[in-house]
Ligand binder design. Structure first.
Ligand code: DGL
Length: 288
């Protein structure tokens, strides 16, 4: 049996906050992380762009041999996952699987709220997709979801400005815009994998009695459960506890930033998306 690493993808560094929790929970597996830093942020891009970039990155991870890819990015999960699962996967790699972060989170979110009113802080792309409203409604029809887009938060984090005074301004503004929508919100989900880096700052502006939720642990628990329920995928995942990091931009920049997200050093390599474009041209039936 050819065993290969699990792929973890994000537009940039944010997915490392999810990978960190996955490694804690499931340290026995090997992981390949791909950050599309050259094209981040995704949050303000069109559906078409996010879909095309995400599909290229998924294909790149499949070319590396990954039997399973986790989209550790809410924006990609909201805008690209369904089309990739339904249209592309059957053509490019029918035996492989791609999972996102929205479904595992919405499966659990109703358990955290007493008032049945939940706030979502996310990128503009995730908010516009209404994925959190639609998915939460499936699992918890009695829970109302309020959303607020925070378009400046990812750039603040990607540019290492998340501890600055500038960050305070945007955090207070967007948090208030969410809380102004209802007085009864008791749970706020950080529905962007970059936002855990802003958690301590958000806490400063958060009224008492409201809890703040990051999704890393929820996604890690859900992956553990998935692997138990899908032995046909689990037995294709290699188990030596190895980590490899790739970025579509500069590996030196990636290594300089990644530690604050992951809590350990990385030695990233460059990922060339032109390799995927070649595969795409050659592959019959590749959705273009
Ligand atoms: N980290 C991604 C998310 O969870 C988005 C970041 C971006 O805008 O690229 O939505």
């Amino acid at each position: 049996m050819n065993q290969q690493p699990i792929g973890v993808f994000d537009s940039g560094y944010g997915g490392l906050t999810v990978l960190k929790e996955i490694i804690k929970k499931l340290p026995q597996y090997d992981y390949v992380y791909l950050g599309d830093n050259a094209r981040a942020p995704y949050g303000t891009r069109s559906f078409e762009s996010v879909y095309h970039y995400t599909l290229e990155c998924v294909q790149w991870l499949f070319n590396k041999g990954c039997p399973l890819v986790i989209l550790a990015c809410n924006t990609a999960s909201a805008k690209a996952l369904r089309t990739i699962q339904q249209n592309d996967l059957p053509k490019i790699a029918p035996g492989n699987r791609v999972l996102g972060v929205i479904r595992p989170t919405t499966e659990k979110i109703g358990d955290y709220t007493q008032t049945k009113q939940v706030g979502i802080l996310a990128t503009a792309g995730t908010v516009l997709s209404e994925s959190y409203i639609i998915e939460t409604n499936k699992f918890y029809p009695g829970v109302t979801v309020f959303q607020q887009a925070c378009p400046m938060w990812v750039p603040l984090v990607e540019n290492n400005e998340h501890n600055s005074k500038g960050a305070d301004y945007f955090i207070e503004k967007d948090l208030n815009a969410l809380l102004d929508q209802s007085k009864n919100i008791d749970t706020i989900l950080l529905a962007c994998t970059h936002y855990p880096l802003l958690k301590h700052k958000i806490q400063q502006f958060l009224p008492e009695g409201i809890s703040l939720l990051s999704q890393g642990e929820i996604v890690a628990d859900s992956l553990e459960d998935y692997l138990v329920r899908h032995p046909e995928i689990e037995e294709r995942c290699s188990r030596q506890g190895k980590l490899a990091f790739f970025t579509t931009d500069s590996p030196a920049d990636f290594d300089a930033h990644a530690t604050i997200f992951l809590g350990r050093k990385t030695h990233a390599k460059h990922a060339d998306m032109d390799e995927v474009k070649l595969t795409k041209k050659n592959a019959r039936g590749f959705h273009s």
